[in-house]
Design a protein around this ligand. Structure first.
Ligand code: MG
Length: 278
């Protein structure tokens, strides 16, 4: 496992947890400023407010057809590439830290770690630009709650701007652009391959950071996502940062920003997290 020094302070607001370093370049003052507020008015507006309708549907529409349910089969372990940067291998949370640079306060359970309610909204991983990330997660069993209030978490890229939703979407209807593997508030997954609560699930996410020049958007954030090995997003461009009940325009930010996990007050577990910069 890589040894990751906790060398960078963070100014990210809220109860965030921040990985000190992993992708090499570290952070700068401008990184801090960019991550402090994804919609900071101090940042130059890079695009117009996106259309509220995507693929013919309003945001969070419950009329939008739910992706068909498919059986992805049982969990199968995926070998970790030799050059992967390991963010969690089951032994320690040394690669993670809180927003105030204190040690990560989430709980290790067996070979996994678990969200501890109220101990951080966005545990943060590596400072990365273009990257592929593997993460395994498990929603609580027995399930508690329903809809968005059931096994909710998320994997964020771009310093909290772009979320791949984590949710217990096994027999748990919600609005399709907010179910498991959705690019939150924008694009549902092509299929629902969610396993039962208490079973390990995998995301393999390829993220291409947006590009900006002269205060304008040059190219958007793009995601390719496999959920439990099944392709659910194929080079999908986002219309802007993901958000709840809002369409947010792109604003200029650094390319290399933290990968983060969301504390949505649900005891979701994670394990076997690694990434490779592209
Ligand atoms: Mg979430």
């Amino acid at each position: 496992m890589h040894t990751l020094s906790r060398s960078f302070a963070t100014l990210i607001v809220g109860c965030s947890v921040v990985l000190s370093s992993a992708c090499g370049a570290g952070r700068s003052a401008s990184d801090d400023a960019a991550s402090e507020n994804a919609a900071s008015t101090a940042e130059m507006i890079a695009s117009a407010v996106p259309d509220s309708i995507i693929d013919g549907w309003p945001q969070h529409s419950r009329e939008r057809p739910a992706p068909p349910v498919q059986d992805a089969g049982p969990y199968v372990a995926m070998p970790r590439p030799a050059d992967a940067v390991v963010l969690f291998d089951g032994t320690s949370l040394d690669a993670w830290e809180m927003a105030d640079s204190s040690a990560a306060a989430w709980k290790i359970v067996g070979d996994a770690f678990e969200v501890v309610r109220g101990r951080g909204t966005r545990p943060t991983g590596a400072w990365c630009g273009d990257v592929e990330l593997h993460i395994e997660w498990m929603s609580p069993n027995p399930p508690v709650g329903s809809d968005q209030d059931r096994g909710n978490s998320g994997v964020f890229f771009g310093g909290g701007r772009y979320e791949v939703q984590i949710l217990d979407s096994f027999d748990n209807p919600t609005y399709p652009d907010g179910q498991a593997a959705a690019l939150y508030g924008q694009y549902p997954p092509r299929v629902n391959v969610s396993r039962k609560p208490g079973e390990w699930q995998t995301y393999d996410i390829v993220y291409t950071a947006p590009r900006f020049a002269d205060g304008k958007l040059v190219s958007p954030a793009v995601f390719t996502v496999r959920h439990n090995g099944v392709l659910v997003h194929d080079n999908q461009a986002l219309v802007g940062p993901t958000a709840n009940r809002a369409r947010v325009p792109y604003s200029v930010h650094e390319m290399r920003l933290p990968v983060q996990l969301q504390d949505h007050s649900h005891p979701v577990r994670f394990r076997n997290i690694w990434l490779r910069e592209r």
